[in-house]
Design a protein. Structure first.
Ligand SMILES: Nc1ncnc2c1ncn2[C@@H]1O[C@H](COP(=O)(O)OP(=O)(O)O)[C@@H](O)[C@H]1O
Ligand SMILES: [Mg+2]
Length: 264
């Protein structure tokens, strides 16, 4: 899971739309990564702090405003352990709401997040970014910082249009479309419309992962369990899908690499 210089990978879960399963995927994939032996850091970049809530971590940060602007010790001092071996969390905070304007005011840089995360790519094999639904300078920072941008797509007509907007945004800004990977999320296989939309979208756009995540009450129950799905329902069907999705992503992120290879 490391690059040529032995540094960990960064994967963002991103979409312009909310409510498509970004946080569910970020939390479950980060958990599976850690359980597979990769030292994993989940960064909750969404002021709604759902990922932080799922992992039962207090969302308040010390020196909140400065954390993502200054980086370094301000970030590391706020990384929290979770109940799960190998999984750490950078919690959300209200200040993230101001991150975009702050980034804009301070540096106007699209590389700021990448440089802030740089040192942590020596400590972690994988950094997962849970993004808010945004198409701002923060989104651009997320694209620049990431080796892989994972986009959950709900196969409804409106969601298909939103995904077309994501691809157009990435192209217009000149980012590498090759690092964008999409998967179908909240799929209701019995719905003819879902099946037809999936087939049409696969023709229209490249970069689909083979695994789809079904619409499942078990995934919703993460909210009451306040835990990653594989931690409390290890053999549920939806858990199996997240594991299959992880296997595909691990192959893209680090062909041939093994857990712990960074420290070996
Ligand atoms: N596969 C799924 N099946 C059923 N409900 C889901 C699924 N994925 C997410 N949800 C639910 O939908 C809502 C939005 O999911 P979330 O992951 O928070 O989306 P986002 O981060 O894109 O806003 C949450 O209540 C979550 O529990
Ligand atoms: Mg979310």
């Amino acid at each position: 899971m490391v690059d040529k210089s032995g540094r960990g990978r960064v994967m963002a879960v991103y979409h312009l739309k909310g409510g498509v399963g970004k946080t569910a995927a970020a939390v479950n994939l980060a958990y599976i990564s850690a359980a597979s032996g990769y030292r994993t850091l989940l960064c909750d970049l969404d002021p709604q702090s759902s990922a932080t809530y799922y992992l039962r971590v207090e969302p308040r940060l010390k020196h909140a405003r400065k954390v993502l602007l200054k980086g370094g010790a301000n970030v590391s001092g706020n990384i929290k352990g979770t109940d799960y071996d190998g999984l750490d969390l950078l919690p959300a905070d209200w200040s993230h709401r101001h991150l975009t304007t702050s980034l804009d005011r301070v540096s106007k840089s699209r590389k700021r997040l990448r440089s802030i995360l740089g040192p942590f790519r020596r400590e972690y094999d994988l950094i997962v970014l849970d993004s808010p639904a945004t198409a701002t300078l923060l989104a651009e920072n997320i694209f620049v910082a990431s080796d892989l941008v994972l986009v959950p797509v709900v196969p409804s007509t409106l969601a298909a249009r939103a995904y077309a907007n994501v691809r157009a945004f990435i192209r217009r800004k000149g980012y590498d479309e090759g690092k964008v990977w999409a998967f179908f999320s909240m799929v209701e296989a019995r719905k003819k419309m879902h099946r037809a939309t999936m087939a049409a979208m696969k023709e229209q756009f490249p970069g689909w992962l083979g695994t789809a995540i079904p619409y499942a009450a078990d995934v919703e129950s993460m909210g009451s369990a306040r835990a990653p799905l594989p931690a409390f329902l290890p053999v549920a069907a939806a858990t199996g899908r997240y594991r299959a999705l992880w296997d595909e992503l691990a192959a893209v992120l680090g062909p041939g690499s093994t857990p712990g290879s960074q420290s070996a």
